[in-house]
Design a protein around this ligand. Structure first.
Ligand code: ADP
Ligand code: TRP
Length: 334
């Protein structure tokens, strides 16, 4: 039997090529090897997104983005967290075994407290602006994971603490009842994924405003690529491909021969940054055109998209219910 892999996707908008190479592509690859369950973490998003229109459309954009990026809903159980009420029932049960102190130590919460302190807040005020959803985020995340008997959870380094908390909570439950009520998940840290540079050379991130969007129309895509920051070297000067972020991006999209050919043109001189950007645009557009077309098709028929997610939820719910029932029985609430 294949091992179960599960991961949650935060529905925050503006998917970019960093997300594609850093999250979507590796997750699609992994789904071929595992019995994979991927979901849109929409109740997690509610902690920070209070505009209903924005949240509603972001959920669809991100779902369409992952499907367009290659996720196959026949092969992966793909659903919205909010469609599985059992997750929230399990969250309540996990709460009874989660010490408040554990939550006090969560990075996301501590970061928010530290930010308040930096802004001069003292005593109870250091909790200002922090809702209980953020404070208890690791418990909901533990429920997301544990409810599907997950073996591995592919995540970035920043999420490892959350998986460790899920392990702690599940272990204390198993210890209390003297039996393996819940499966203990393991983090699978996605290590060798290159950090995709943004337009300004820093890590591409929507919070830096330096992204190349995944689904922009061709014209916008070209304009965006033309905005990549470059140095003041003249056209004639030979250029070093290894220190050029245009070339770093080019490598993600081009085959070996194309990379070697462009590196030679860099080193020979006579090629300006404008030409290098045009070459980059060509290969980016080649890869993104079919992805963009699939994305537009999904976004043009939201009811059909919702149906895919509902079908995923239909497959997921009986698995979730079985875990909750197992726990209720062990706990004497049956
Ligand atoms: P952003 O930094 O734009 O807010 P997120 O934090 O929402 O992106 O990241 C979602 C996923 O995409 C994570 O798995 C993250 O590791 C991956 N990711 C984001 N930016 C990059 C990047 N520049 N290079 C590689 N992976 C990235
Ligand atoms: N916390 C994750 C993030 O910020 C998203 C997430 C929610 C998740 N639930 C999960 C990831 C369960 C893995 C497993 O990216």
């Amino acid at each position: 039997m294949k091992k179960i892999s599960l991961t949650g996707i935060k529905p925050t908008g503006d998917l970019h090529i960093g997300n594609y190479f850093g999250a979507i592509k590796p997750a699609v690859e992994l789904s071929k090897e595992y019995d994979a369950r991927y979901f849109i973490a929409d109740y997690h998003a509610l902690n920070s997104m209070k505009d209903p229109k924005e949240l509603n459309s972001t959920i669809r954009q991100v779902a369409a983005g992952w499907l367009a990026g290659g996720l196959d809903p026949e092969n992966v159980i793909f659903y919205r967290q909010s469609s599985i009420p059992e997750i929230f029932e399990l969250t309540t049960m996990l709460m009874a075994f989660t010490s408040k102190g554990l939550m006090n130590r969560a990075h996301a919460y501590k970061d928010a407290v530290n930010k308040n302190k930096e802004n001069g807040k003292i005593d109870e005020e250091t909790d200002s602006g922090i809702n209980m959803g953020l404070f208890t985020y690791p418990v909901l995340m533990a429920a997301d994971i544990i409810i599907f008997d997950s073996d591995v959870v592919p995540v970035g380094k920043d999420q490892v603490q959350h998986i460790e908390m899920a392990q702690d909570i599940a272990q204390s439950i198993n210890a209390n009842y003297g039996q393996q009520v819940l499966k203990i998940p393991q983090a699978a840290v996605v290590e060798n994924v290159a950090v995709v540079p943004g337009l300004d050379g820093r890590k591409m991130s929507k919070s830096y405003g330096n992204i190349i969007p995944l689904f922009a129309p061709e014209k916008t895509l070209r304009k965006t690529i033309m905005r990549i920051t470059t140095n003041s070297q003249s056209v004639e000067e030979p250029k070093d491909p290894d220190t050029s972020q245009i070339f770093q991006l080019y490598k993600l999209f081009a085959d070996q021969n194309e990379q070697a050919a462009l590196a030679n043109r860099y080193r020979a001189g006579g090629m300006g940054w404008g030409d290098a950007k045009e070459e980059l645009f060509q290969v980016v557009n080649r890869l993104l055109t079919p992805i963009r077309e699939r994305y537009d098709t999904y976004m043009a028929d939201i009811p059909a998209l919702d149906k895919i997610l509902e079908q995923g939820a239909r497959k997921a719910r009986p698995i979730a219910a079985a875990t909750v029932n197992r726990f209720r029985k062990a706990a004497g609430i049956d």
